[in-house]
Design a protein around this ligand. Structure first.
Ligand code: AMP
Length: 263
């Protein structure tokens, strides 16, 4: 059995650690100052629906003290508030399709200008295709920043379908449960507040399969996109939350090391 948390904890200071010679990062063509008060740690979590990006990006956010930004959450909030954008997005989301690039790129562009993002951010669910990745690179370049690392969490599709289709959310407090892996002590009611547990429309099995198809077609090519740029780290996403957290922590530690010859 693994001892809990015996792995090296990449504290925010690991990213802030002063280097004798600053490595290149904001722009590959000129030396970048990696002091995080200037550039921040800008991370992306890639991976299919149900692989645990939401859970893991929240853990990274806490550990590195940077905000987690989920386009899925931003869109669901717009849907809840019935904004014009939300009403348009809802149609696509319920079918498991991607929302228009213009909408999500606009959301991200505004969000990363918020003051809490100066220390960096971890993106969950964005970018979802090459066009969005290009738009992200352009907006960051304009601000003298860039993506530091993209972590791709991978898992077999049958496990993903089981994980998503069994998910239940409290209709009142939003707590998440799973019929198989994390059942509520109160059955179909939330064990925290007693409200009804519901299945998100886009968590239904038919929609999940469509979301996975869209992932394979549009989002999977992003792994290659970031690999070609030397920014990708792959992590196996089939263990426990703690095991996956540990693998990601290690991958980020490795990615934060200066390239050979630059220390
Ligand atoms: P998620 O919670 O990340 O699985 O997102 C839920 C749904 O929101 C997706 O199935 C899409 O319909 C939509 N969505 C979230 N992020 C994006 C994105 N970057 N581009 C397009 N659609 C998105």
């Amino acid at each position: 059995m693994d001892e809990p948390r015996t792995y090296p904890e990449p504290s925010p200071s690991a990213w802030h650690a002063p280097k004798a010679k600053p490595p290149v990062c904001c722009d590959p063509c000129r030396p970048r100052d990696v002091r995080k008060d200037r550039c921040g740690v800008n991370l992306i979590l890639l991976g299919p629906p149900g692989v645990g990006k939401g859970t893991q990006s929240k853990l990274i956010s806490k550990r590195l003290a940077i905000p987690q930004i989920s386009t899925g959450d931003l869109l669901r909030e717009a849907v809840r508030q019935k904004t014009k954008l939300g009403l348009e997005a809802k149609l696509y989301m319920e079918r498991g399709e991607l929302v228009r690039d213009g909408i999500v790129v606009g959301l991200i562009e505004r969000r990363i200008q918020d003051p809490d993002c100066t220390k960096g951010f971890v993106l969950d669910g964005f970018p979802r295709n090459v066009e969005q990745a290009d738009a992200l690179a352009t907006m960051l370049r304009g601000a003298g920043r860039r993506i530091d690392t993209a972590v791709c969490i991978e898992a077999a599709e049958d496990l993903l379908v089981r994980r998503i289709a069994g998910r239940r959310v409290c209709s009142s407090c939003g707590s998440e449960f799973h019929v198989e892996f994390r059942p509520s002590a109160k059955g179909k009611l939330c064990e925290r507040c007693g409200a009804e547990l519901v299945q998100r429309k886009d968590d239904r099995e038919d929609v999940v399969k469509e979301r996975l198809r869209v992932y394979r077609e549009s989002t999977q090519p992003l792994a290659r996109y970031y690999e070609e740029r030397g920014l990708l780290r792959r992590v196996k996403g089939e263990g426990t939350i703690e095991e996956i957290e540990r693998l990601i922590a290690r991958a980020l530690e490795e990615a934060a090391q200066p390239p050979p010859g630059r220390s």
